[in-house]
Design a protein around this ligand. Structure first.
Ligand code: NAD
Length: 504
């Protein structure tokens, strides 16, 4: 691939030092890359699941061999604490192994039995055949996981894949995709870099688009994809609630809520961003939460022995500051933090109380280290408040009884609920789908559907030799007698209603 002069610079958000430069690929360059992928895809598909799995297993080994190097690169462009940068790749490898064990089963032809007499004597085969080229456009908050988690099942399915990482964090993804080339695998996996225009060029050229990012960009992409009539899967933002009931183990709930709200300094799609606590335990819970949050460290710039770091961009910092200021103007109380941190880009982990739904911090995605806690009269009001949002990504419920918590979980308008566990727990349950409701997305990742979505289905219906099918009675020529006979037959077989069948 011929590259333009480097034109996107990548800064370490902690030190503001330059850590790399990548090309800003033009629409023409994206089209050339996609044409190359398209040319290779039939060969990739032809390897079958077993052949593709062998290459993906080699790739897994390469990722394992390069884990430390990739984690360092990730740290340099995201500013994540070491502990968080180190685990992102193992989560990808875990998913790769999951699909490695199940891809053959999920992609196998299916032979559903004919459903009734009308189709008896037919063999029905459903094949799952991959979209030739899949585009994956990803955000900056978990650059490696949120790119490879979607690219890997597409490769298993038989698609060629082009990824477009965030312009803020393209380096680790690019290095990880280079690994595919270095193991000598078929050239069905490529990266292009740049900002929105490069992403738009990807949407314009691929056959399926997988997007993770903001609701705003998701809408733009959905419109562009609709014009091309290509399918999209959108994993978008959230405003995830936590519900803490009076009988919950409050110590564990406070620790779990603090973790779920502050992983990656709150820059996680499923971060806990609103906390509803039953009135009788509100004050005690707030005390425990403040204990948890005030013990966290945000002062160690080498990334070791620290839990919190800075926000990825000035824009992100300004959103956090604006949400906190708006809450304070409308009557919220700061219980911890509430101010910019000790260096540019840092915002103190902040616990707010006396919040309500008039405040930005309870309505819009903050994507920062802010934990607003609101009293709820009872569980019913907590559910009502939790559902009072345009988002529907995920939630957590904390309660003494798992059964009661599960009942509450099923009343929440979200794609996933973690019961007595942190907001990140469901993210690594690869056997089950992760999907957003309402403005939080369309489609989903993981599980059987996480690989099948990259496939179109082809149904082949074969009349077996010697089995004259009843449906043939509907062929030409028409006559009143044959039509009447066939109509009755349809009523009998399709209607399945004894009373009406017998004319009673
Ligand atoms: P973003 O929407 O600004 O950008 C995401 C990606 O889209 C980037 O690669 C960007 O270059 C690209 N892009 C921007 N404009 C485009 C266009 N017109 N056409 C094509 N591509 C375009 O999001 P972000 O700030 O990088 O990420 C943060 C957001 O992502 C938050 O809202 C967060 O909740 C969401 N998110 C969702 C999930 C999930 O799984 N649901 C996971 C992580 C993050």
């Amino acid at each position: 691939m011929t590259l333009t002069e480097p034109s996107v610079t990548v800064l370490n958000p902690l030190t503001r030092e330059l850590v790399g430069e990548v090309p800003e690929h033009s629409a023409e360059q994206v089209a050339t890359v996609v044409a190359g992928l398209r040319a290779q895809q039939a060969h990739w598909q032809g390897l079958g699941v077993a052949g593709r799995t062998r290459w993906l297993a080699k790739y897994r080994d390469w990722l394992l061999d390069n884990q430390e190097r990739l984690a360092e690169l990730l740290r340099s462009e995201t500013g994540k604490p070491y502990a968080e940068a180190l685990v992102e790749l193992p989560f990808v490898i875990d998913e790769l192994n999951y699909y490695g064990r199940h891809a053959a089963e999920f992609l196998a032809d299916e032979q559903p039995r004919p459903h009734g007499l009308l189709t008896a004597g037919r063999r029905i085969t459903v094949r799952h055949e991959a979209y030739p080229v899949v585009g994956v456009i990803s955000p900056w908050n978990f650059p490696v996981a949120l790119t490879l988690w979607d690219a890997i099942p597409a490769l298993f399915a038989g698609s060629a894949v082009i990824v477009k990482p965030s312009e803020h964090t393209p380096l680790t993804v690019r290095a990880a995709v280079d690994g595919w080339r270095s193991i000598g695998a078929p050239q069905v996996f490529e990266t292009v870099t740049g900002a929105g225009a490069t992403g738009a060029a990807v949407v314009d050229t691929v056959d399926f688009l997988q997007f993770t990012g903001s609701v705003r960009t998701g809408r733009v992409i959905a419109e562009q994809a609709a014009r091309r009539l290509i399918p999209v899967s959108l994993e978008l933002g959230g405003k995830d609630p936590a519900i803490v009931l009076a009988d919950a183990d409050l110590e564990r709930a406070a620790a779990g809520v603090a973790f779920g709200a502050l992983v990656n300094s709150g820059q996680m799609c499923v971060s806990t961003e609103r906390i509803y606590v039953e009135e009788s335990v509100h004050d005690r819970f707030v005390e425990l939460l403040v204990d948890q949050v005030s013990a966290l460290r945000q002062n160690n710039f080498d990334g070791f022995d620290t839990e919190l770091s800075g926000l990825i961009t000035d824009e992100q910092f300004e959103i956090v500051q604006r949400h906190v200021e708006d809450a304070l103007e409308r009557g919220a109380t700061v219980r911890h933090g509430g101010k910019p941190g000790m260096q540019p880009g840092f915002f103190e982990p902040t616990v707010l109380t006396d919040v309500d739904h008039s405040m930005l911090v309870m309505r819009e995605e903050t994507f920062g280290p802010v934990l607003p806690v609101m009293r709820a009269r009872d569980a019913d009001q907590a559910v009502e408040l939790a559902n009072d949002t345009e988002y529907g990504l995920a939630a957590t419920v904390w309660a003494g009884s798992t059964a009661r918590a599960q009942q509450i979980a099923h009343r929440l308008q979200v794609g996933a609920v973690d019961v007595n566990d942190s907001a990140a727990a469901h993210l690594i349950c690869f056997v089950a789908p992760m999907s957003g409701w309402k403005s939080s997305g369309i489609g989903g990742r993981f599980g059987k559907e996480g690989i099948r979505k990259y496939c179109r289905t082809r149904t082949v219906v074969s009349s077996l030799p010697g089995t004259a099918t009843m449906a043939q009675q509907s062929w030409f020529p028409y006559s009143a007698a044959r039509s009447a006979f066939f109509g009755k037959f349809m009523r009998l077989t399709g209607g399945r209603d004894i009373r009406r069948r017998l004319g009673l």
